[in-house]
Design a binder for this molecule. Structure first.
Ligand SMILES: Cc1cc2nc3c(=O)[nH]c(=O)nc-3n(C[C@H](O)[C@H](O)[C@H](O)COP(=O)(O)OP(=O)(O)OC[C@H]3O[C@@H](n4cnc5c(N)ncnc54)[C@H](O)[C@@H]3O)c2cc1C
Length: 352
């Protein structure tokens, strides 16, 4: 009898698995490659919403937890994937500059917004109204983190590279049985794949498609990330990720010509140097109707849980949310009502 089965080893499932490992709990993880949000993510960990200059909910507390968590994971795996990365916001008007200063007067935002503006970040980055630097920002090479952690689980025989077949799950008084694997609890972490889960697909997971292009721009020599209408993010020598797009209508996983054109147009307005597009990637963000995560216990089956709805800020929130869910399961500590899926129990009653 295992303590847990985890379905999905994107950011959500991997953070939970790592926490369980540290707690000495037994578990097995199932993962396929049907969803790629964590692998496609730009990897930015930034507590400030750069469209409106506000702080994401609980972002200041979550940032501290996240830095400690990912540093611990690095040490555990003997790999380096968390690095500080400066982010500059390009202002498109004097009004935006003023809004930046107004935001910086706010006590919670002040530690994150540099009030001394920079006239230029790089000779090839265009900008008429200066740039504001966001403080305490990082980039995680998420693909590297997830691959490293999967290899680690694989070596320990704790990862099954298989699609979880919901029809193979039976629920009993002592927990669950999945094709002979017995466990006290099962946590579903399928990202946008939750829509195929017959136990939790009543939850209002909307999904929002995001795309990046990757460019080679020798001579740009940009060592920081710049946000205008898109982000440009240095990923390797002379290579940059440019994105992302947002689409609520297209829920297909493939890259599109329309997104590529949109990103190219925005990029040409940002950099004044030749570049070559070398790749493009797309995935669906697990966004929710109220922009809050979806975590908690199934309304009927007490051994079934979900950890989902990370939206566009998974890197920042996953370490805190995974801790909150495990404290709830293991110690009975209450969940935050804003993230608890119990806020949708009425919907479940209506649909079941
Ligand atoms: C273009 C883009 C850019 C982004 N940039 C950032 C960023 O810079 N910073 C940030 O914080 N966030 C970013 N995000 C958001 C972030 O990627 C997500 O919040 C987060 O990765 C979601 O993680 P997840 O584990 O919930 O889902 P996923 O990463 O989708 O993982 C779910 C996993 O479950 C597996 N799975 C599903 N169903 C099954 C099944 N039946 N059996 C077995 N396995 C299954 C999937 O294959 C997948 O491996 C971005 C997202 C996109 C799309």
């Amino acid at each position: 009898m295992k303590d847990f089965i985890i379905v999905g080893s994107g950011l959500s499932g991997s953070c939970l698995a790592y926490r369980l490992e540290r707690l000495g709990r037994s578990f097995v993880v199932f993962n396929d490659h049907s969803q790629e949000a964590s692998k496609v993510a730009g990897g930015l960990m930034n507590p400030v919403v750069l469209k409106r200059f506000t702080l994401a909910a609980k972002a200041d507390e979550q940032l501290e937890t996240a830095i400690e968590f990912y540093s611990g994971m690095e040490e555990h795996l003997g790999k380096k994937f968390l690095n500080p990365l400066e982010i500059y916001r390009r202002f498109s008007s004097v009004e935006e500059q003023n809004n930046w200063f107004l935001a910086a007067d706010n006590k919670r935002l002040a530690p994150f917004l540099e009030t001394e503006l920079v006239p230029q970040v790089n000779e090839h980055i265009q900008g008429q109204h200066a740039f504001g630097k966001v403080l305490k920002t990082y980039r995680i090479n998420l693909r590297y983190l997830l691959d490293s952690y999967s290899n680690h689980l694989q070596e320990k025989g704790m990862l099954k590279n298989d699609t979880f077949d919901y029809g193979g799950l039976s629920i009993n008084e002592s927990g669950v049985d999945y094709k002979g694997i017995k466990a006290k609890n099962i946590i579903f972490c399928e990202g946008f794949g939750l829509l195929k889960n017959p136990y939790f697909n009543y939850l209002p997971l909307r999904g929002n498609k995001g795309e990046y292009i990757y460019i080679k721009a020798p001579g740009l020599n940009l060592e920081v990330s710049v946000k205008s209408s898109v982000f440009i993010i240095p990923v390797e020598e002379d290579t940059y990720a440019v994105g992302a797009t947002y689409s609520n209508t297209d829920k297909t996983p493939n890259p599109t010509a329309a997104a590529r054109e949109e990103l190219l147009e925005k990029l040409r307005n940002l950099i004044s140097i030749d570049f070559e597009v070398i790749d493009q990637a797309a995935a669906i963000r697990p966004t929710t109707i109220d922009r809050r995560p979806l975590i908690g216990r199934h309304p009927r089956y007490s051994s079934l849980f979900t950890c989902n709805g990370f939206g566009s800020r998974g890197i920042l929130i996953a370490p805190s949310i995974s801790e909150e869910l495990l404290n709830f399961i293991n110690e009975g500590k209450p969940l935050d009502p804003d993230t608890n899926i119990s806020r949708f129990t009425k919907k479940w009653h209506k649909e079941s």
